[in-house]
Design a protein around this ligand. Structure first.
Ligand code: PLP
Length: 446
């Protein structure tokens, strides 16, 4: 059986693939090559499983691009959305307000102990990044420091793909074609636990801030895990030191928790592990609706909020998206937060469950550490990754296709294989994932 025949073995499947390739311009895809790895037509989802039109199932090991937390078609999330649907699906958030948005903002603020007490609503992750960059610059400008208009990001960092977000993204494959269009950002060495370069990365940051703090508005980072870089991990101590540097040089710190927030790293916000003062901005999206509806949030401080407070309209933050604060998405987010309430008896207690699940995953994958074909087996919360040594040409695509045969949906980044599963890992699921990953490795490296 050829690698592509697995997904084109039935006329129904083939038909959806053909129609999709003809009419849907797939994201993050070279369409001319899509026929060799045709999109998998998914009919429905159930827990961690995606089920195709022939009834074959695939474990969604990357949570559908890191958004799904409690599985597909989760009954509690669905009920919350359905109830909101019959009450008020949407109303504009300029001049109006509604319970789901107010409750969500209050609850997120409370999760930061009130430190980030003002919440601005966006739609996708990239829009949250745009909002934070604009708010940072504009707040400095309102305070008479319009010269602070530069941004700093980390090497291999990823913050989304709109023009502003791409300017603070350092992933060549997404960025290079558009480079002439982008504002110039400073790119600083990123900490990487595989390289043990934390002190060096901090020294580079200090040197830049010392030199250009008068022109720099903000530093943006992905706390603990640089996702799109290939699950590059660093220690909380880096964040603590970075927070101190940003305070010392009067530069905003933007924590992009779009991927690592919502319990993924072991705490609700990854930032909590830094045991440091809060960042000036914290961004959420992806998991905040449990993978049901697009929503993003920018949490910020009283100081930033106050910089816009004026009788002068133009000193306000006149930014909006049509679906800002969509009530259905907010209802879903509130249902997600319910799960994280400490009271396990009432269906909360998710953080404790996540830590148990992370331990199960670690135990199942422990034997892989001795496998000489891989290196740098690493884990933070419910993200597990390793690097394949002799990966060879088009490894990511070949591994992805091989894994499909083992009921596993997974998309390596370069030669890094990672799992970022829904929060539904029991001992059986952990064993299943280990065996499927091993079988796929055997297949691809044979
Ligand atoms: C996914 C992601 C984004 C962009 O979010 P979109 O919803 O895809 O626009 C930004 N930052 C990080 C860290 C992400 O993982």
């Amino acid at each position: 059986m050829s690698e592509s025949s697995i997904s084109s073995s039935s006329p129904v499947m083939r038909d959806w693939q053909r129609r999709s390739l003809a009419s849907v311009w797939h994201p993050c895809t070279q369409m001319a090559r899509a026929a060799s790895a045709p999109p998998l037509p998914i009919a429905r989802g159930e827990g961690p499983w995606l089920i195709d039109h022939e009834g074959r199932r695939y474990f969604d090991a990357n949570s559908s691009w890191w958004v799904n937390l409690f599985g597909h078609a989760d009954a509690r999330l669905n009920a919350a959305i359905k109830q909101q649907l019959d009450t008020l699906p949407h109303v504009m958030l300029a001049g109006c307000t509604h319970e789901p948005a107010v409750r969500l903002a209050e609850r997120l603020s409370a999760l930061t102990g009130g430190a980030l007490g003002h919440v601005f609503f966006g739609s996708d992750g990239a829009s949250a990044v745009e909002i934070a960059l604009k708010q940072s610059f504009h707040s400095w400008r309102n305070r008479g420091r319009a010269g602070k208009r530069e941004f700093v990001c980390l090497k291999n960092g990823y913050h989304g793909e709109t023009i502003g977000a791409l300017a603070v993204t350092d992933v060549a494959i997404f960025r290079d074609a558009y480079d002439p269009l982008l504002m110039r950002a400073h790119i600083v060495e990123s900490p990487d636990s595989r390289r043990g370069n934390e002190a060096q990365a901090l020294a580079a940051m200090r040197a830049l801030l010392e030199q250009r703090h008068a022109e720099i508005a903000a530093v943006i980072v992905e706390p603990l895990i640089q996702g799109a870089a290939g699950m590059v991990m660093h220690e909380p101590s880096y964040l603590r030191a970075l927070r101190a540097l940003c305070t010392e040089f009067e530069v905003h710190l933007i924590a992009d928790e779009i991927a690592v927030g919502c319990g993924r790293s072991g705490t609700f916000f990854a930032w909590e592990q830094a045991e440091a003062p809060w960042p000036d901005f914290l961004l959420l999206s992806k998991g905040i609706t449990g993978g049901t509806l697009p929503l993003s949030l920018v949490l910020t401080t009283e100081a930033v909020f106050q910089a816009f407070w004026s009788e002068d309209v133009t000193r306000g933050f006149l930014h909006s998206h049509s679906y800002t604060g969509n009530a259905l998405a907010c209802a879903a987010a509130n249902a997600v937060l319910d799960r994280f309430e400490p009271d396990a008896a009432a269906g909360g207690g998710q953080l404790a469950r996540n830590r148990e699940q992370a331990a199960l995953l670690a135990a199942a994958f422990a034997p892989l550490a001795a496998d000489t074909r891989i290196e740098h087996l690493r884990q933070r919360g419910l993200v597990l990754a390793f690097d394949v040594k002799q990966a060879g040409e088009r490894f990511a695509e070949r591994f992805h296709l091989a894994a499909r045969r083992h009921e596993l949906l997974i998309r390596p980044i370069g030669s890094t294989v990672y799992l970022m599963p829904p929060y539904l890992i029991d001992a059986d699921a952990a064993q299943f994932l280990f065996k499927a990953v091993l079988a796929s490795l055997d297949h691809v490296l044979a």
